[in-house]
Design a protein around this ligand. Structure first.
Ligand SMILES: [Zn+2]
Ligand SMILES: [Zn+2]
Length: 205
C-alpha cells in the first residue's frame, strides 16, 4: 500500500492534466544551458506556457506514476526526428509535465517545476550546470552557485565525470525494481504517435 504522504502531484497550469508520482523526493537537481531545453521551453511559451529562464531548473523524480488525470489532453513531442528527448505537454495550456531521455533508463524522468505546478519536495542542492557550451552571458546571467560546470557531455572523459556525480549516478541507472504504477516512458507510448516539430536547431522562432 502506498503512503499518500510520500506522493507528489504534478499539475498543468490549466488544471486539465495531473500526474501523481509515487515518491515525492527529488533525486537530482541540475541547471541546463543547452539550446534544446531552451528551444522546447520557448516553444511551449509561444503556445501559452510559462516564460523560460535562461538557465532553467531541472528536477528529476523516480519514474513511477501511480495516477494519470487528463490523459486525453496530454501530447508527446520531439523537437526533431533525431531528438533523444520526448516531452509531454498539456495541449491546452502548454505546461511541460515531463521529459523522457534514454539516459534516464526509465528510472527517473525530468520535470521543470517552473513550467507546471510541482507539489513535490524540491529541496535538493544543485549538482551541476550542464551544457555550458551552448550558453553565454549574451543568453542570460552567469552561473552563481558553487556547483561543477560541464561544457558538454560530448567527450567521454567529461561525460564520465558528470555520470560519476553521486546524485547523477543514483538517478541515471537501471531501476532497482518495477514501478508500482507506470513509467513516464510507458505513459508516452500510451499517448500514441509522438509529434515531431521539425524545428531547426537553436531556432527560437
Ligand atoms: Zn493544461
Ligand atoms: Zn538541456
Amino acid at each position: 500500500m502506498t503512503d499518500e504522504n510520500q506522493e507528489a502531484l504534478i499539475e498543468c497550469q490549466c488544471g486539465k492534466c495531473a500526474l501523481t508520482i509515487a515518491d515525492k523526493a527529488v533525486t537530482l537537481f541540475l541547471r541546463c544551458g543547452c539550446v534544446d531545453c531552451r528551444q522546447a521551453l520557448w516553444w511551449g511559451h509561444k503556445h501559452g506556457g510559462a516564460k523560460p529562464e535562461p538557465l532553467p531548473r531541472l528536477f528529476y523524480l523516480r519514474s513511477d506514476i501511480v495516477d494519470v488525470a487528463g490523459k486525453a489532453y496530454m501530447k508527446a513531442y520531439k523537437l526533431r526526428r533525431t531528438g533523444d528527448s520526448t516531452r509531454i505537454y498539456c495541449s491546452q495550456c502548454y505546461s511541460l509535465l515531463g521529459v523522457d531521455h534514454p539516459s534516464y533508463q526509465n528510472n527517473v524522468f525530468l520535470n521543470f517545476p517552473d513550467h507546471c505546478t510541482n507539489h513535490g519536495v524540491l529541496s535538493r542542492a544543485l549538482s551541476a550546470y550542464l551544457s555550458i557550451s551552448d550558453y553565454s552571458t549574451t543568453v542570460g546571467p552567469a552561473p552563481t552557485d558553487d556547483a561543477p560546470l560541464f561544457t558538454s557531455t560530448d567527450f567521454e572523459p567529461e561525460r564520465q565525470r558528470f555520470l560519476s556525480l553521486p546524485d547523477v549516478a543514483r538517478s541515471f541507472k537501471e531501476p532497482s525494481g518495477p514501478p508500482s504504477g507506470v513509467t513516464l516512458g510507458s505513459l508516452i507510448e500510451n499517448l500514441g504517435a509522438v509529434t515531431i516539430l521539425n524545428l531547426a536547431k537553436g531556432d527560437m522562432g
